[in-house]
Design a protein around this ligand. Structure first.
Ligand SMILES: C[S@@+](CC[C@H](N)C(=O)[O-])C[C@H]1O[C@@H](n2cnc3c(N)ncnc32)[C@H](O)[C@@H]1O
Length: 199
């Protein structure tokens, strides 16, 4: 499927995205964001941000932090702004495969419940690493393990039916071949987290 089919798919879902069944629980969101941030996380890029599910957690910091939220679906960003206001984050409507940023400007790149849609996944991961400064941290998270999520996408079908999340250890190996230092690769029922530091 081309990104345009997915753009239409997610644009159509945007208005009811937050009411869909199985939203991630607050504990999972807080655990994931807690693992992503840290003292030097001044400029954060959230790729495939949707309606901004991570924003309330990203904003909880003593120091002001610049948050850039990127999504392909303009309707998702519209819902995001309705919910959180325009001042909490900078919104960028773009494809994750072609992020419109200079290399190395982010301290953190995070991607929650979105990676399988950002095909080809390997090319998108390279772009995410390009966005990071040396020493910056890339975090890929999901509120399901890969097996559960891949089954779910097969059942949903349509433009996302073939979207697959690699097992965490395989994603970790892929990031290592790209020169990143893999810090964790966790993949279990209800939780997926792969983190890698750009060298
Ligand atoms: C499953 S939703 C997750 C949204 C949000 N992270 C959340 O957890 O609620 C996936 C998001 O990725 C976005 N997306 C899909 N393909 C994309 C692409 N090629 N580039 C950027 N965003 C994309 C969709 O528009 C959608 O908002």
């Amino acid at each position: 499927m081309t990104p345009n089919h997915k753009q239409t798919f997610f644009n159509e879902l945007a208005g009811r995205w937050d009411q869909l069944p199985l939203p991630p629980d607050a504990g999972t969101l807080s655990r994931f964001v807690g693992r992503c941030l840290g003292a030097s996380a001044n400029r954060v890029l959230d790729v495939g941000c949707g309606t901004g599910i991570l924003l309330p957690y990203l904003g909880q910091a003593e120091a002001p932090r610049e948050i850039v939220e990127l999504d392909l679906a303009e309707a998702m960003l519209l819902e995001n702004r309705k919910k959180h206001g325009a001042k909490t984050a900078v919104h960028v409507c773009a494809e994750a495969q072609r992020p419109p940023f200079r290399d190395g400007i982010f301290d953190r790149v995070i991607c929650f419940n979105a990676l399988p849609h950002l095909t080809p996944v390997d090319g998108t991961l390279r772009q995410m690493l390009n966005c990071l400064r040396p020493g910056g941290l890339l975090s890929i998270g999901h509120s399901m393990g890969s097996e559960q999520l891949n089954q779910f996408h097969s059942e949903v079908g349509g433009p996302v039916g073939d979207d697959r999340l690699p097992q965490a250890r395989i994603l970790g190996r892929l990031l290592a071949t790209m020169g990143a230092e893999v810090l964790c690769a966790e993949d279990e029922s209800g939780w997926y987290c792969v983190q890698a530091r750009k060298r």
